[in-house]
Design a binder for this molecule. Structure first.
Ligand SMILES: [Zn+2]
Ligand SMILES: [Zn+2]
Length: 295
């Protein structure tokens, strides 16, 4: 059955923008004012396009609406929730058949208590337009995308779940200095505002890890082993924690963070990501080619 779309907000991208017309009267009046008017128009357009880009960064089509998000509404609306005929009831890993699941609907990792977290939610598969949006946000530093991306996350969160705290997956200070921001922290802040759940930086990354991209599943596990520790003012004892990251690939980072939170006394830890790697196509995209996870 398809994963339910029942989050704490409904997607509403179409109302976000101001519509403008490039053939409006003011442009025509400026052009008609002669060379000085045309120069003014060129200068104004240059500054204007710097703030409001002309082309959608996902599909390349001209943008006909004003927005700091350089992606057209049709691309934002193209992104669909992950659907599966079979999935693990705990970690939501999608499967082609029911074979990997036990009678309670759990996969082998969840059945054997190896996940570290109690549940995992995500909005979509880490591919296509959603993958492009995450790359624009994370690697091309287009921060206004935090709005639509956090909206996807909120939609993936089941309404019946109650959480005391939202905790972002932390970056090491060296990586934070290089990138200039922690994408998981920005998503967690936006989600906190949207859903009214307090934000708490309960974790710290105590050693710099190499980027997870390009590593095998076992290398990813050893890369993050011992990488996380409770922050100085970590207050998760007996709390229900929502752990936020951008993408779940093998789940190694999220498992390491969840175990740290559980060790610090958290009563329940659920992970929420925008997207997850979907391996149902026989690992069509090897792990090494997926730039993902919290690093
Ligand atoms: Zn587009
Ligand atoms: Zn599972």
């Amino acid at each position: 059955m398809p994963l339910p779309l029942s989050g704490c907000s409904k997607l509403k991208f179409p109302n976000r923008r101001w519509v403008f017309s490039s053939s409006g009267g003011s442009w025509a009046q400026l052009a008609a004012a002669g060379p000085a008017g045309r120069k003014m128009k060129t200068a104004f357009s240059w500054v204007f396009n710097l703030v409001f880009p002309e082309q959608c960064r996902a599909c390349g089509r001209p943008l006909s609406e004003l927005s700091r998000v350089p992606v057209c509404s049709s691309c934002l609306e193209t992104v669909s929730p992950l659907s599966a005929d079979f999935f693990c009831v705990m970690c939501r890993t999608p499967f082609n058949t029911a074979f990997p699941l036990d009678e309670y609907g759990r996969c082998a990792l969840c059945r054997n208590g190896l996940q570290g977290f109690d549940a995992a939610y995500c909005y979509g598969a880490y591919e296509g337009v959603l993958r492009r949006l995450i790359h624009l946000f994370k690697y091309e530093r287009i921060r206004p995308l935090v709005g639509p991306l956090s909206e996807y996350m909120a939609a993936a969160l089941p309404r019946e779940q109650r959480f005391d705290l939202i905790v972002p997956v932390p970056l090491h200070w060296q990586r934070l200095w290089q990138r200039g921001f922690n994408q998981s922290a920005l998503l967690a802040e936006a989600l906190s505002r949207r859903c009214g759940i307090p934000l708490h930086n309960a974790l710290r990354r105590r050693k710099p890890t190499v980027p997870q991209a390009g590593l095998s599943a076992s290398d990813r596990r050893s890369n993050v082993a011992g990488a996380f520790a409770p922050a100085w003012r970590c207050q998760v004892f007996n709390r229900r924690v929502l752990l936020v990251d951008d993408v779940m690939t093998t789940g190694a980072t999220i498992r390491a963070c969840a175990r740290t939170l559980k060790t610090a006394g958290a009563a329940y830890v659920a992970a929420l990501t925008i997207a997850r790697a979907d391996r149902r196509q026989g690992l069509a995209q090897p792990v090494g080619n997926q730039e993902a996870s919290a690093c």
